[in-house]
Each structure stands twice: as C-alpha cells, then as structure tokens.
Design a protein around this ligand. Structure first.
Ligand code: ITT
Length: 199
C-alpha cells in the first residue's frame, strides 16, 4: 500500500516515515517529486489541500500533505503559515529562528508561549468525498537561545510543555524518536489514522 507525501522537505519525509512505521507498518510512504504547486492559501488547511491535491492528481496515488508552522501567542499567532519564509524568501532556518528570537527579545513576555501546528490534508484521487483535513497542536514556549542539533526549522528554540522543570530541553536536544512520538505531526497523524483505515 503506497501513499504519497506531498512535500519537498526531507525532514518531513523522515518524520512521517517514522510516525507511520510505528502504527501502520503496512503503509509505504513515498516522497512526491513532481511539480510543486503555488502555496497561496492563507491558512494551513488551504495550503495542505493545495499540495495534497496536486500530488494525488500527478501520481494517481492517495496523497498526504502537511502544512505546518510555529505560532507565537504574543505575536498573534505569527509566524504561522509564514514560518518557512519568516526572514525572507530563502527558507533559511537559522535566519528564521534568529529573527523570531530578536522579535521576542523586544517584547516583554515572561511566558513566551508558542505552539507548533501541523495540518494534514488527505486526498484520494477520484473520490472527493474522502478528502479531509486534520490538525495536531504541540504547546510549549520559546527558549531565549537556540540549543541542540536535532530536528529542523524552529526545533532548537522550542521547549515543549510537560517536561520536568529541572530538565527541560528544546526539541533540538530531543532524539528523533522522542520528537516523533510527541510532536504536532504525530498528533495530527493520530487524528488522521481512522481515515486511513481503508487503505
Ligand atoms: P513543503 O511545503 O514542501 O512540505 P516546507 O518546509 O515549505 O515544505 P511548510 O510550508 O509547511 O513546509 O512550512 C513549514 C515550516 O514551519 C518549516 O519550514 C519550519 O520552518 C516550520 N516547522 C514546521 N514543522 C516544524 C517542526 O517539526 N520543527 C521545526 N520547525 C517546523
């Protein structure tokens, strides 16, 4: 059973392969390498659907797409859908997270609350009735400096809630397995699992 993952982000491919292997080892996740559609939606759901529909149409396979980002409370939910390009058009992860830290250092917010959001669209070619969108949210707060080499994007500055107060780590310091059992992406996939039962 193949399912195509509509992303050009290799970290997302690795994470989905690990998440799917843990609960649906019969499903083979293949990365989509066809033309990238223009992501001009204004919400995670719109962008996820744009990507999943394009991959389903191009490959003829059931398709998943993840549109995701980090949403900072004191910034009204930004960077949100603009997370990949927060510091410009280059998709430069270090520049993005440094800009976010700079922005937070100018604002007095002792909580620094933020959440990672993953929105997954599922599209089955030729069966619009099965099209669906689910969301996973991972609450936490922003560190004051980056630490850790793991993960990607904003992981080095995100401290998930629920850790022992004297041993808090950023996701950059977590193992891949730790991240993939707790993350916004894992939570969204859990919500999606019942819809994949027929695959
Ligand atoms: P595709 O559109 O090809 O899937 P992308 O990286 O451009 O790849 P998005 O448009 O969904 O994907 O942007 C998501 C951005 O949000 C991503 O580039 C990171 O900056 C951030 N992000 C999402 N999930 C993350 C995670 O698990 N850890 C760290 N940063 C994450």
């Amino acid at each position: 059973n193949q399912i195509v993952l509509a992303t050009h982000n290799r970290h997302k491919v690795e994470e989905f392969q690990s998440i799917v292997a843990a609960t649906r080892p019969d499903l083979i996740v293949v990365a989509y390498d066809g033309p990238e559609p223009v992501e001009d939606g204004v919400t995670f759901a719109e962008n996820a659907l744009i990507k999943a529909r394009a991959a389903a149409e191009h490959t003829g396979l059931p398709a998943l797409a993840d549109d995701s980002g980090i949403c900072v409370d004191v910034l009204g939910g930004a960077p949100g859908v603009f997370s990949a390009y927060w510091a410009g058009h280059a998709k430069d992860a270090a520049a993005n997270l440094n800009l976010l830290l700079d922005q937070l250092s100018d604002i007095r917010d002792p909580h620094r609350a933020a959440q990672f959001v993953s929105t997954i669209a599922f599209v089955v070619p030729g069966d619009a009735s099965r099209e669906s969108v689910v969301e996973g949210v991972w609450p936490g707060r922003l560190a004051t400096a980056a630490s850790g080499e793991g993960g990607f994007g904003y992981d080095p500055i995100f401290i998930p809630d629920g850790q022992d107060a004297d041993a808090e780590r950023t996701v950059g310091e977590w193992t891949a397995l730790e991240k993939n059992t707790a993350s916004h992406r894992a939570r969204a996939f859990e919500a999606l699992a019942p819809l994949l039962a027929e695959l």
